[in-house]
Structures are given as structure tokens and as C-alpha cells.
Design a protein around this ligand. Structure first.
Ligand code: FBP
Length: 340
């Protein structure tokens, strides 16, 4: 491989090493191109008047930020050109979007155009999360049921972070690789090949303002980590952008939780285009992703915008969280409880 490996070269090698792996890998390159455009929209937002609310309310009852809308339009506009997609589903679109009447390509894209919307106006890292599935129908307009596929049926998944640098991280089922946007050449350059998530971390990420509404097992788990009960002293880090909190824990180890609580019994985050793609990446990097009871990748969505409790990160940290959940709290901390 040349010293500076661009995403295009890396993908070409990946396709050559996996004959017949299908052309869906080209969709990673297409997402990167659209991501470069969105990175510029993010960088320029304060200058172009693209900060703040658009005045619209989305299907989740949330105020749509101007950048949510602009990024959604950019991805839809650029991704439908490649001829590989039959349809798309996005956090910012109530229904599934059919690329053309006859349904051109064999693949489906699901994405969250701007994750971490509450951080857009305050110059804190935000991102885009996406994943690719194969169509389940032979042709014609896509229907919502084609998107109701389990996470382990994803062909590839990735995210783009718009932070101190712009990075693209993806998996196509053989490892997790990270690329940094070289703002001089305009290329995504391989900077993090075969990322492995540390088996256990020293960081937990959760919005502790929700603590009173959490279940006892979740509260006990966080207290256990804080008390050093897991044999390591944990510290809290919470950016409020899932993609940025996940990226830090992917590189440094740790666990992110957005559990169910008394006001959000299904949690806050969306299964199809937030939890699912990151769960595929986490597992490919040696980590885990759970609802607390179930493996995220085994869940079959029932609706496009279904929410799910999420515990994701280093394998040992997620295992421990599941033990607290399955034993109803405190008892999980004791070794004998561990064997349950
Ligand atoms: P969107 O910004 O895409 O709506 O995503 C949800 C999100 O912002 C996550 O990125 C983040 O982890 C979480 O919600 C923050 O929620 P809260 O403000 O309740 O802690």
C-alpha cells in the first residue's frame, strides 16, 4: 500500500480481496464524497446562516435544525445519483424514500444525517451515521418492510465525525478502519487501520441528569463503576453526541449508555440508523452492544423510527452491565453473582 492510502485505494484493495463482494463498497466512497460536502456545510454554518432551528418539527417531535435539513438534502441528492440504491430511510424523513419508480439499485441506505443536533450551534463534535442493506424485493418502489432487517444483515456501516478533524470510520464485516480528511488534498486518508476496542475501559458516558428515572440495575451499575468496583477507577465523559462519545470509547475503551427510563421506556436512540450501525462497528472492533437484555444486532425493527435502549462499548463493560440487568442490580457486583 502506498504511504498515504486514500479511501478509494483501500476500498479497491478490499474489493479485489473479496471477489464478488458486490459493489456496495462503492457506497462507502459515495457517502465519503457527500460527507465532505456536509463537513463544509458544518464548518461554514455560522457564516451561511445555517445555524439554529428550521422551525420544522420532525417525526420524533423534535425541532429540526437547519443543518439537519441541509445535510439530509445533500445525502439524498448525492446518494441517489450512483444507481446503486433503490431506497433510503433517514432520521429526518418520516417515510422510506424510493430512489426511482422502477427502483434502480439492489441496496438500501439508512442514515442519521446529523447526529448530536443539540451540539450544532455550540461548535461541539457532531456526525453522520449510516448503514447499507440489500433489498429484499426484486424491484419496484421500495416499501418500508424492506428496511425491517436485523442488524447482522447489514452489509456495511459507518459514521463521519465533524470535529477537530473530519473522520470516516466504517466496517464491511472484516474489521473497522478509520480515515481522516486531508483538508489540503481533499482525500480521506487511512489513519486508523483495523481498530480494536480495548476489552475494558475506564470511561462511562451517560446523561446522569436522567439518573432518577433510571432503573435500579442501571443506577447500581454506574455506582459500581464509579466506586472502582470493576477493579478500575472510571471517570465520566458525556459529549451529548452519540457518534462522538462512541468514537472516543472505540479508541480508548469505555461504555456508553442511553438506557430506558421511566419517561422513555424504549430509551431515546433509534435502532435502524443510530444503535444498529454502531453495534455492527463495535462488534467488528471486539466490543459489544446490548439493550441490557438483548444483543442489538439480533433485534428485528418493527418501524423505521423505532427507539431502543442502548449500552455499547468495551465487551467486559457491556457484559457487566448485562449482569446487573439480569440480576436486578447490586448482587451482580459479587463474584458468585458473576456466574449467573
Ligand atoms: P440526534 O441528535 O440525531 O437527534 O441524536 C440523538 C442524540 O443527540 C445523540 O447524539 C445523543 O447521544 C443524545 O441524543 C443526547 O441526548 P440527551 O440530550 O437527552 O442527553
Amino acid at each position: 500500500m502506498p504511504t498515504k492510502t486514500t479511501l478509494e485505494i483501500f476500498i479497491r484493495h478490499q474489493r479485489q480481496s473479496r471477489p464478488g463482494s458486490g459493489d456496495y463498497l462503492q457506497l462507502i466512497v459515495d457517502m465519503a464524497e457527500a460527507g465532505k460536502r456536509v463537513a463544509a456545510q458544518v464548518n461554514q454554518a455560522a457564516l451561511t446562516g445555517a445555524l439554529g432551528s428550521s422551525g420544522q418539527i420532525n417525526v420524533h417531535g423534535e425541532s429540526v435544525q437547519k443543518l439537519d435539513e441541509a445535510a439530509n438534502e445533500t445525502f439524498v441528492g448525492m446518494m441517489e445519483r450512483g444507481g446503486l440504491l433503490a431506497g433510503m430511510a433517514s432520521e429526518e424523513m418520516e417515510n422510506a424514500y424510493s430512489v426511482t419508480a422502477e427502483g434502480s439499485g439492489p441496496y438500501l441506505l439508512v442514515f442519521d444525517p446529523v447526529d448530536g443536533s443539540s451540539n450544532i450551534d455550540v461548535n461541539v463534535s457532531i456526525g453522520t451515521i449510516f448503514s447499507i442493506y440489500r433489498r429484499t424485493e426484486k424491484g419496484g418502489r421500495v416499501c418500508e418492510s424492506e428496511f425491517m432487517q436485523r442488524g447482522w444483515e447489514q452489509l456495511c456501516a459507518g459514521y463521519i465525525t465533524y470535529g477537530s478533524s473530519t473522520m470516516l470510520v466504517y466496517t464491511a464485516g472484516d474489521g473497522v478502519h478509520g480515515f481522516t480528511l486531508d483538508t489540503y488534498s481533499g482525500d480521506f486518508i487511512l489513519t486508523h487501520e483495523n481498530i480494536r476496542m480495548p476489552a475494558a475501559g475506564e470511561i462511562y458516558s451517560a446523561n446522569e441528569a436522567n439518573r432518577e428515572r433510571w432503573s435500579a440495575p442501571v443506577r447500581d451499575y454506574i455506582d459500581h463503576l464509579r466506586r472502582g468496583g470493576a477493579g478500575r477507577k472510571y471517570t465520566g465523559r458525556y459529549i451529548g453526541s452519540l457518534v462522538a462519545d462512541f468514537h472516543r470509547n472505540l479508541l480508548k475503551g469505555g461504555v456508553f449508555l442511553y438506557p430506558a427510563d421511566s419517561s422513555a421506556p424504549q430509551g431515546k436512540l433509534r435502532l435502524l440508523y443510530e444503535a444498529g450501525p454502531l453495534a455492527f462497528i463495535a462488534e467488528q472492533a471486539g466490543g459489544k452492544a446490548s439493550t441490557g437484555d438483548e444483543r442489538i444486532l439480533d433485534l428485528k425493527p418493527e418501524t423505521l423510527h423505532q427507539r431502543v435502549p442502548l449500552i455499547i462499548g468495551s465487551a467486559e463493560d457491556v457484559d457487566l452491565a448485562e449482569r446487573f440487568q439480569s440480576t436486578g442490580g447490586r448482587r451482580a457486583a459479587t463474584p458468585e453473582a458473576a456466574v449467573i
